[in-house]
Design a protein. Structure first.
Ligand code: ATP
Ligand code: MG
Length: 397
């Protein structure tokens, strides 16, 4: 058993000591059986939320009505969810209510994919009612039970299926793929935020290419913000290795570029995905500079972060990999710029007022601009005295 599970064992033991069932479930069980690094260790139990709160001294209520409590233990936090079955689904996205139950099997049955519907007990024994392990071996994504039915309950599961395809480098089962083809329109009922969260994970996966191809094949792409009518673009965006980028803004900048969204429309495109303003701003900025010809002025205007991001994306587009040596040279060239911003100039607007002995006016910012440009281009030393002389000379001619 992996360390992260061992660390969480006291939680299971404590629940069991109080007479409840308790298991590891979900992504962590899947990942450990795939020899992938385990992320969050989630726990399922038949103890109702109030019991969980009374057994553990430190808990956070994150959704008691759905049966989810966070338990803080030895500096870690664990999501502990009460076994539940879901009542009738409304609007293709949420159950009308949940019912707390006693059966682990019933709890696992409501989960989306076979590979996500396994549990592990405190001795490390796998509980696998729906063929999750064999699907891991076959590298196949399929739903627990009839896919069409499961997608009618919650249409987001279609996009989750593609997200896991990308992250795990699995293929879709024929039946699951056919059900997505038939039901892709139901994704329209899902909030943009939920779609965006899954889509970002899809892009960041190693097999984003096949997953984007599946989105194009099944028609699911039509229900993603701004992608309707762009089937070919979605397919060809898949050649870009998004997983080699770390920053959220860079991933979206690369996506803009691969989808040939022109600069005038990129802000609205990203807004449709409801990304945070900061991410949009940065992605638009980087996106507009991917094909930039770099010189002192453009490096200065872009700033280091945008410069390096845009260059890395350009390299990935051209060669599929980042040339770290070249990137280091670019970083060096940037560091050698005489100034990085107006603040680095040896004079301020106040200095100019003193030097020229003229009433304030538009001329101050105009002079600063001229000085900034001359210093940046290496035509003028960034020293107060040199600048003063230069200004006097300029103003004489
Ligand atoms: P990750 O490593 O990305 O967190 P995960 O498998 O933990 O992967 P989560 O989105 O955190 O995925 O969900 C936790 C578990 O909850 C899943 O493994 C699955 O069993 C269940 N689950 C999540 N979303 C759904 C859904 N829409 N329908 C059914 N079950 C779901
Ligand atoms: Mg998780």
């Amino acid at each position: 058993m992996e360390d992260l599970f061992v660390k969480a064992l006291p939680l299971l033991h404590k629940l069991k000591k109080h007479g409840w069932q308790a298991y590891f479930v979900g992504g962590a069980v899947r990942d450990t059986h795939m020899n992938r690094p385990v992320g969050d260790v989630d726990i399922a139990t038949d103890a109702p939320p109030e019991e969980i709160e009374s057994i553990f001294p430190k808990t956070i209520d994150v959704g008691k009505e759905h049966g989810t409590i966070i338990v803080l233990l030895s500096g870690e936090s664990y999501e502990v969810t009460t076994f539940r079955s879901e009542l009738e689904y409304e609007d293709y996205r949420r159950p009308s209510g949940v019912q707390f139950i006693k059966s682990l099997k019933e709890d696992l049955k409501r989960r989306d994919l076979t590979i996500n519907a396994m549990a592990m007990d405190e001795s490390g024994r796998l509980i696998d009612y729906f063929g999750g392990l064999s699907d891991i071996k076959e590298k196949v994504i399929q739903t627990v039970g009839d896919p069409a039915e499961r997608f009618h309950e919650d249409a987001l599961r279609m996009l989750r299926a593609l997200r896991f395809m990308s992250q795990l480098e699995f293929t879709l089962s024929e039946k699951t793929k056919a059900a997505i083809c038939e039901n892709s329109h139901l994704l329209a009922h899902i909030s943009t935020e939920r779609k965006t969260a899954e889509f970002e994970k899809l892009l960041k996966g190693k097999a984003a290419g096949p997953a984007l191809a599946a989105a194009a094949d099944t028609g699911l792409y039509k229900e993603l913000p701004g992608l309707d009518g762009k089937q070919d673009g979605v397919r060809s965006a898949g050649v870009f290795p998004f997983y080699k980028l770390e920053k959220r803004a860079d991933i979206w900048a690369a996506f803009l570029s691969m989808m040939s969204i022109d600069d005038a429309r990129s802000h609205a495109f990203l807004k449709a995905w409801k990304l945070p303003g900061k991410v949009i701003k940065q992605a638009v900025e980087v996106g507009s500079r991917i094909n930039q010809k770099w010189d002192r002025l453009s490096m200065y205007e872009a700033g280091e972060e945008t410069l390096l991001s845009a260059c890395a994306i350009h390299m990935l587009k051209k060669a599929g990999q980042i040339d770290e040596r070249r990137l280091a040279e670019i970083r060096q060239a940037y560091s050698e710029l005489p100034i990085k911003s107006l603040k680095d100039l040896a004079v301020t607007g106040g200095d100019l007022l003193q030097m020229r002995n003229k009433p304030p006016g538009k001329w101050v910012s105009e002079d600063l601009k001229r000085i900034e440009h001359a210093v940046l281009m290496g035509e003028l030393a960034n020293q107060k005295k040199a600048i003063e002389e230069w200004l006097n000379e300029c103003n004489q001619t």
